[in-house]
Write a protein that binds this ligand. Sequence first.
Ligand code: NDP
Ligand code: 8X3
Length: 251
Amino acid sequence: MNFIEGKIALITGATSGIGKATAKALNDMGVNLILTGRDEKKLNELKNILDVQTLTFTFDVRDKEMVSKTIEEILQITHIDILINNAGLALGLEPIDEGNPEDWETMIDTNIKGVLYVTKPIFKHMKERNEGHIVNLGSVAGKTAYPGGNVYCATKAALHSLNDSMNIDAYGTNIKVSNIAPGAVETEFSNVRFKGDKKKAKKVYEGYTPLSAEDIANAIICVLNTPPHVNIQYMDIMPTNQRNPYMLYRN
Ligand code: NDP
Ligand code: 8X3
């Protein structure tokens, strides 16, 4: 059964990793797409390999005015059934006393404030239509803090809390809100965290099979492709070798 065919999904951070894989998986389910990200060229390259109707919009989720203006523009062209709040990042892995406040601000501005800027007008739109589905990309980091994770973990803990709040705000409507909380997924995530140190990034995924962006895209499809009365509010998903951030079995 395909409950989402013909629907329209907006993805933030569609230029890489989980966002890009989700765009492809939704394309395969016949979901029309609004791809957003910071890199226009990458968005267009992705659009060119998809079959469904696809629009692209370039913005940084931290830019409150630009987000508001662009979403207003999008909503004049089309409605939105599905929002995938995917854009996000970790920077650094130092204890707080050695951390870089600029990195903290980037994480907080992207992972928390960016999600709020994007969600506000789309949630309002979904309430007016009395339907919609918001998927938030949380993390195992939002459940269990790990050494050096501090601010990143806090941003994902905030997102887990916001997921609960969005469900409260959706009370009495047909809107669904879901948090997908992955463990280790091999994407650009660690390259970004270690600021381009590919050797250090690669080490994170050594000795076990990490999740792929496609694994998470499949999980997102599972959560989205449910009958109207089913709302999966929270999904933990980890590699079989990982039981929590501390228990990662390496062969
Ligand atoms: P990637 O680095 O591969 O992708 C991140 C995406 O977010 C990129 O498209 C990036 O665009 C975009 N992005 C970052 N900052 C902004 C911004 N300010 N405005 C717009 N777009 C932005 O990592 P993942 O695919 O792994 O990460 C996707 C989400 O999944 C994140 O929220 C992450 O926290 C979460 N997650 C990842 C896990 C993992 O192990 N990989 C595990 C658990 C959760 P650009 O290329 O322009 O920077
Ligand atoms: C990304 C996975 O384990 O680095 O959220 O926090 S982890």
